[in-house]
Design a protein around this ligand. Structure first.
Ligand SMILES: Nc1nc2c(c(=O)[nH]1)N[C@H]1C(S)=C(S)[C@@H](COP(=O)(O)OP(=O)(O)OC[C@H]3O[C@@H](n4cnc5c(=O)[nH]c(N)nc54)[C@H](O)[C@@H]3O)O[C@H]1N2
Ligand SMILES: Nc1nc2c(c(=O)[nH]1)N[C@H]1C(S)=C(S)[C@@H](COP(=O)(O)OP(=O)(O)OC[C@H]3O[C@@H](n4cnc5c(=O)[nH]c(N)nc54)[C@H](O)[C@@H]3O)O[C@H]1N2
Ligand SMILES: [Mo]
Length: 775
């Protein structure tokens, strides 16, 4: 760790998260992207009662925001959208698609906001401007020409507002399909699938003020300093109150350790910080189920000892008795799980696991937060359910200061699901749509993200319509996906900026520019607000403040409605009325989903309103009416195997990116600057392989049996990092080439982006020579 070499952009970072470094990064982002001083003022409207919702993440805002609530990465997200740079028709005329393909993600989006509707012209290999009405008529005719509505895929990325997403699912279902691949399929699908089985609701049960009453927060597999920076203020309050925070993560992440609040003049001026996690455990990549089972095993034995000694029981027996089912089966599974196996797979000491169990047993109220480190595995759903088991053992769901807290990704990914973006719709949803709108929606299930890509590969799907996002680059196995997408008949992208998915040309390809959240959305009845739902089920309004970057932009609801009208001549939906005034969209949402009762009134209250969460009230919407302890067979991807791979790769986000959007090439808190072609590895693992900081290696993916595959990344530069044994890490999306499409959770279908068995080998002399110029 002491080795460092600034010339190669690798040097350990000594500061806290936040602080002056964060303020400087905000200033840099604003300076690089925003020309007008006025635009920078937009930042001050982020997350204000009359302002727009920050597109950065889904962490909730304190109810009565007095000072402005923004963070470094929120500021980057806003300035990236409110940039003064433009990708105009002249730009497209000057660059062929083949030429643009050679550019990297940073360069593509770096050109700025899309300004005009475009259509691909194969003869000149360029995108050419097209009139909106012509484009709609062409697309409508094409969609009507297909025999099977299930050969069309309707993709949604999680920035879409409730209003846009509701119209999107309405269009697709009236057209005749439930094909809704969405970013959630790559993100929190294990939560959406696993938690309903466990507690009857596929969402988190905590609200922000539960953090004021908890004694313990376990942070498993998420990196708030980068991905949910406003959460650091909440964790700081928790720590200052004297409650305990424990982090469980293969990498030591600065954002979980120390935070200097830019909102605290004392911390800023004295250059001090607040310690967040008091205890940090480095679990092996993919070792969480083993760790969780270990903790539960110890709890059981502590409980038995306490009972034998006539002391206070460790488990909440009354709760288990009254509210749950399946405890005996869980106990049997834990009894049969062997310690040697647990320690090997988790990579932790027994003393560490014991300590987690003791802290948990001592805490009256516990919240468990988790992110992609838990979900993106072949057993992601079961990982989530083991977390629910642990909470249920001590009655930590449905009481103040306790509960489960999945950290959602995109700012409205949870809301999109709530308003009907799902390939597995319930009968209630379909019946309700039929009753309100008078058409019969398709009853059979549709495609999620992996199934959609497979259908495209197999030629079963011929059209892909994307409401935002960058599906081709976000999904596993880009090589195969790219080739498949080029065989499509029709693609339609609705986007703010150019990305690689837009350069995969189908026979007929359209690229449409949309309004972002920061912009004023003017419709017939005046300026419109949209609504979003955060990670804690708070629904609130968002209203843009800036002049749109071009007069040709359409809002997402208007665009979706126009496509629907052009496609469905006999539509039963009054699209014009809803687009003219979005409050009619909200009325329709309320008519379909009773939880949105009195939607238009309640959403205008400062801070919005909370959607009812049955599990948080100990009302269990499971078939038996009880919460379920769910048994996971084994503790790693192959339940029969006692083996685990020597080295497992996880893929993660740098501090300078938003998913496939790269703001820059730095990863400040992990000490990497100016490059992304790196591999993080622990000092021990490096030493075993005689590797030093700055050396280059090739990484080859293994199949589940441990055989080498064709998948590889060459010339990665070694970063020796404080992290778990048996684990390496590289950046997403570059590392997606290592993940086969078939490697996914069988229950939820989420790609196993965070558990890829690999081997390393030294780069050849020729490769090493060329590495100096590579990024
Ligand atoms: N600035 C910024 N904000 C974002 C995003 C962004 O890209 N940039 N993306 C948004 C989206 S869509 C999402 S889903 C969230 C993502 O937020 P996170 O869930 O924080 O995302 P990741 O960076 O993928 O990985 C999280 C952490 O998991 C750890 N990890 C990796 N493998 C394992 C494992 O096997 N076990 C455990 N316990 N931990 C593991 C990694 O070390 C890392 O610290 O953030 C959202 N917010
Ligand atoms: N290896 C690996 N792969 C992963 C992950 C991982 O951790 N590791 N994480 C997964 C996760 S959690 C997610 S959520 C997915 C992300 O998958 P996506 O949501 O599909 O990807 P993004 O990169 O967020 O999409 C970026 C694009 O969205 C468009 N955009 C931005 N704002 C707007 C807007 O307001 N409206 C519209 N219409 N378009 C807009 C821009 O054109 C931009 O280029 O990736 C997944 N892939
Ligand atoms: Mo996500």
């Amino acid at each position: 760790m002491k080795e460092q070499n600034r010339n190669i952009g690798i040097a350990p970072y000594g500061g806290s998260a936040g602080g002056w470094g964060a303020l400087k990064a905000v200033a840099d982002a604003v300076r690089r992207q925003m020309a007008l001083k006025q635009d920078a003022i937009a930042l001050f409207k982020v997350n204000q009662p009359q302002g727009f919702d920050c597109p950065g993440c889904a962490w909730p805002d304190p109810q009565h925001t007095s000072s402005f609530e923004f963070c470094e990465n929120g500021a980057k997200a806003v300035s990236w959208e409110a940039t003064s740079k433009r990708t105009t028709p002249e730009f497209f005329a000057a660059h062929t698609v083949t030429e643009l393909w050679q550019r990297n993600a940073f360069e593509l989006e770096g050109e700025g906001r899309l300004t005009h509707p475009m259509k691909y012209d194969a003869a000149s290999d360029t995108y050419q401007p097209i009139e909106w009405e012509t484009a709609f008529a062409e697309i409508g005719a094409r969609l009507r020409s297909y025999d099977d509505p299930d050969s069309v895929e309707f993709y949604t990325s999680g920035r879409a507002s409730n209003e846009a997403a509701f119209l999107w699912q309405l269009f697709a279902r009236e057209y005749g399909t439930n094909n809704f691949p969405d970013c959630s399929n790559m993100c929190h699908e294990p939560t959406s699938v696993g938690l309903p089985e466990s507690i009857g609701v596929g969402k988190g049960t905590v609200q922000l003020d539960d953090f004021d009453h908890c004694d313990l927060v376990l942070c498993i597999g998420h990196n708030p300093g980068t991905n949910h920076p406003r959460m650091l203020a909440t964790l700081r309050d928790v720590a200052k109150r004297g409650a305990t925070i424990v982090a469980i993560n293969p990498l030591r992440e600065r954002g979980l350790e120390r935070f200097t609040s830019p909102q605290s003049p004392i911390e800023m001026l004295s250059m001090s910080s607040t310690q967040l996690a008091s205890t940090y455990y480095k679990v092996r990549v993919g070792g969480d189920a083993a760790m969780l089972k270990g903790v539960m095993k110890i709890l059981l034995s502590m409980h038995e000892d306490a009972i034998a000694a006539g002391e206070k029981p460790v488990l909440d027996e009354d709760f288990i008795q009254q509210h749950t089912e399946g405890f005996d089966a869980l106990k049997e599974d834990l009894d049969n799980t062997d310690w040697a196996h647990i320690l090997k797979v988790s990579g932790m000491d027994k003393a560490e696991i014991q300590n987690i169990a003791r802290l948990y047993a001592a805490a009256e109220n516990t919240i468990i937060c988790y992110g992609m480190g838990i979900t993106q595995h072949q057993y992601g759903t079961q990982n989530v359910q083991q977390i629910a088991n642990l909470l249920l053992m001590r009655g930590n769901i449905g009481k103040r200061g306790a509960g489960i807290c999945p950290l959602r990704g995109h700012s409205n990914v949870q809301g999109d699901r709530t308003v009907g973006i799902t390939e597995i719709p319930s009968k209630t949803l379909l019946d309700s749509l039929e009753k309100v709108f008078g058409f019969t929606p398709p009853q059979h299930h549709g495609h999620g993200a992996v199934a959609a890509i497979k259908a495209i590969q197999e030629g079963k799907s011929q059209a892909l319509l994307c409401l935002g996002g960058n599906l081709a680059e976000a999904i596993s196995d880009p090589q195969a996906t790219f080739a498949a997408m080029r065989k499509l008949d029709l693609v339609v992208h609705m986007a703010t900026k150019l990305n690689r998915s837009h350069l995969l040309m189908a026979k007929h390809s359209y690229l449409f520019p949309v309004l972002g959240r920061t912009e004023i959305d003017e419709q017939g009845s005046g300026e419109q607000s949209v609504t979003v739902e955060d990670s804690m089920s708070m629904v609130h309004a968002s209203r843009g403040a800036l002049k749109p970057v071009s007069p040709h932009l359409k809002s997402e609801p208007a665009l979706v409605a126009a496509l629907a009208k052009a496609t469905l001549p006999n539509t039963r939906v009054n699209w014009d009325k809803m687009v003219n005034d979005y409050s009619f969209i909200r009325d329709a949402i309320e008519a379909v989903f009773p939880a949105f009762k009195d939607f238009n009134r309640r959403v205008m209250q400062p801070g919005g309103f909370h959607l009812y969460n049955a599990a948080a009230k100990r009302e269990w919407l499971t078939p038996s009416g009880r919460a379920q302890f769910k048994v996971m067979e084994g503790i790693n991807e192959d339940p029969r195997s006692l083996q685990c791979h020597d080295l497992v790769l996880t893929t993660l986000r740098s501090h300078d990116q938003y998913n496939t959007t790269l703001y820059g090439l730095n990863d400040r808190y992990r000490g990497v600057s100016g490059r992304r072609d790196v591999l993080f590895i622990s000092a021990d693992e490096a030493e075993n392989r005689q590797l030093r900081v700055g050396d280059t290696v090739n990484m080859i993916a293994l199949d589940p049996q441990g055989n080498r595959t064709e998948r590889r990344m060459d010339n990665l530069t070694i970063v020796v990092y404080d992290m778990a044994p048996g684990s390496v890490a590289a950046y997403y999306p570059e590392a997606n080439v290592m993940v086969p499409l078939d490697s996914h959770d069988t229950k939820s279908g989420i790609p196993a982006y965070k558990s890829i068995p690999v081997v390393l080998e030294p780069t050849t002399a020729t490769q090493a020579e060329s590495s100096g110029t590579r990024r």
